[in-house]
Design a protein around this ligand. Structure first.
Ligand code: ADP
Ligand code: TRP
Length: 330
């Protein structure tokens, strides 16, 4: 079977180094070794999280620039906006009709909103949030993807995608592959400035596409304990060290650990982290500046990308419509 990679990033807010390390970089590496790859901007997913029109609009451009600056090759990979492929939302409805409410009740994205905000689930949870795993399943299944690179937080959604695919295949006949999540090794959830998972929703990010000064300022904000220079420090559970681990070799980590034990100051430790991250992000930033001045080019790339994938989605949807009985009268 052809290996078909697919992944998306929700277009709310500014892409951050968690997105880069957890999704963009591994996806691009996987794409280099695969026959086919699909990368998209999940803009309909963004509406679940925000009603701020400007935020959605600007985030589409930023997330597109993040992919392109990180090295996405649009000659080799399909690159498109979710909302340009209307077949996805049509499939979303068809799949909604075979997905049990009980399956969605278990979705942690919806459950965590309830537990974090102590909101009344009957009033505060939109249907979009509740049934979001079905839209995600539609993104994946419409292209019969085989491998979906995602962060740990998305594993459950991939399991649900498989459940939905199995159910559809069982009722209507085998049409969907059962896609696999491709997850970075354990422990690669990138921590944010406050030690929680780095996330646009938590306001604790280090932006991917910032200038050097902003990067330095973000790193300076990483929360640490108040041990003085010269006092031995423990690298376990340290936010600076956890971020360092994501960019360094094992050898560098051993020597950084020793510097902790020898009492490195937080200022010095953060400087080391900055130099490391900056070195990795420099080429990304250069490409970003080049593309940022040509937004029309980025837009054209996305439109061209949509034109290339739409026939694939349309053919799949036609098969599905036939199977469920929504075909033309002949
Ligand atoms: P956010 O939580 O900032 O809204 P998204 O939900 O849009 O990020 O995530 C897009 C992709 O980036 C997903 O595959 C997700 O697993 C990955 N990702 C997001 N945050 C992190 C993180 N802190 N560490 C590793 N991967 C992450
Ligand atoms: N839900 C994913 C996230 O928040 C983004 C996403 C939407 C996605 N559709 C997808 C990821 C399909 C992989 C495949 O991170």
């Amino acid at each position: 079977m052809t290996k078909r990679i697919l992944t998306g990033i929700t277009t709310t807010g500014t892409p951050h180094i968690g997105n880069y390390l957890g999704a963009i970089k591994p996806s691009l590496e996987l794409a280099r070794a695969s026959e086919e790859s699909f990368f998209f901007l999940a803009d309909y997913h963004a509406l679940i999280k925000t009603q701020d029109r400007e935020k959605v609009r600007s985030s589409v451009t930023e997330v597109a620039l993040a992919w392109l600056s990180s090295g996405l090759d649009t000659d080799k990979s399909h690159f498109y906006r979710q909302s340009d492929v209307k077949e996805i939302t049509e499939l979303n409805w068809i799949l909604s009709c075979i997905t049990s409410k009980g399956l969605m009740n278990r979705a942690h994205a919806y459950k965590s909103v309830i537990s974090e905000n102590t909101i009344d689930p009957d009033k505060g949870v939109s249907m979009g949030l509740f049934s979001y795993p079905v839209l995600m399943a539609s993104d994946i299944l419409i292209f019969n993807s085989t491998h979906v690179p995602v962060g740990h937080d998305q594993i459950q959604h991939l399991e649900m995608t498989r459940d939905i695919a199995v159910r559809f295949n069982h009722i209507f006949g085998k049409v969907f592959n059962l896609p696999e999540a491709v997850v970075q090794k354990k422990g690669t959830t990138v921590p944010g400035l406050d030690g929680r998972k780095m996330s646009k929703s938590y306001n604790n990010i280090i932006p991917l596409l910032s200038d050097e000064k902003t990067l330095k300022k973000s790193i300076a904000k990483i929360v640490t304990n108040s041990l003085e220079p010269g006092e031995p420090k423990d690298s376990t559970d340290c936010n600076v060290f956890k971020l360092y681990e994501n960019f360094s070799t094992e050898k560098d980590q051993i020597s950084f650990k020793k510097e902790y034990a020898d009492g490195i100051s937080w200022g010095e430790a953060k400087k080391k982290l900055f130099l490391l991250i900056n070195a990795e992000l420099e080429p990304v930033r250069d490409k970003y500046y080049e593309l940022e001045s040509n937004k029309k080019f980025v837009n054209d790339l996305l439109e061209f990308g949509a034109q290339k994938v739409k026939p694939i989605a349309a053919e799949m949807l036609e098969r599905i419509r036939e199977l469920v009985g929504i075909s033309r009268i002949s």
